[in-house]
Design a protein around this ligand. Sequence first.
Ligand SMILES: CC(C)(COP(=O)(O)OP(=O)(O)OC[C@H]1O[C@@H](n2cnc3c(N)ncnc32)[C@H](O)[C@@H]1OP(=O)(O)O)[C@@H](O)C(=O)NCCC(=O)NCCS
Length: 145
Amino acid sequence: MSVEDETAIVPFEEQFRQDVLALWTKCGLVRAWNDPGKDIDRKLTDRNGRFPVLLVGKRVVGSVMVSYDGHRGSVYYLAVDPEFQGRGFGKQLMEYCETFLLEIGCPKINLFVRSDNEAVLRFYEDLGFSQDAAMPLGKRLIPDD
Ligand SMILES: CC(C)(COP(=O)(O)OP(=O)(O)OC[C@H]1O[C@@H](n2cnc3c(N)ncnc32)[C@H](O)[C@@H]1OP(=O)(O)O)[C@@H](O)C(=O)NCCC(=O)NCCS
């Protein structure tokens, strides 16, 4: 693997599944109460959203999920392999999401960052995000375990 390898953002395919799951684990995105494989299965039923994967050569180096609910766009599972962080790949994946959402007329992006994840908060602030005066509420409909 060298930095000269070609970079491409392509739609998720089944052949990438194990690498994407490994990437999310490596990036600390997997939670005990969420089955990431089921999240992939569920995302594949979302005909309106996108689930791109960033490849360097044939290696899966990044991924993100994006969707639109008619008022807000959501970005989640953004991940760049720690070995490849700091090279602009996270920014490229976020630009992909913003371009997609703008093209379908979405006026705003919402996303969640853990409040103690200061490095990632700075990453999003650099991209123009700021904290909303709203508290996220959640209700589990389908347990994964
Ligand atoms: C968040 C993440 C995707 C960023 O990916 P990345 O490829 O390292 O980010 P980039 O190299 O594209 O950085 C884009 C910009 O943010 C800035 N940035 C990135 N990390 C930063 C940090 N820790 N502190 C300050 N600025 C930072 C960069 O300087 C860059 O700005 P520039 O274009 O002016 O140079 C990556 O750190 C990651 O996968 N983290 C673990 C998973 C995670 O927490 N995901 C988010 C869940 S909400």
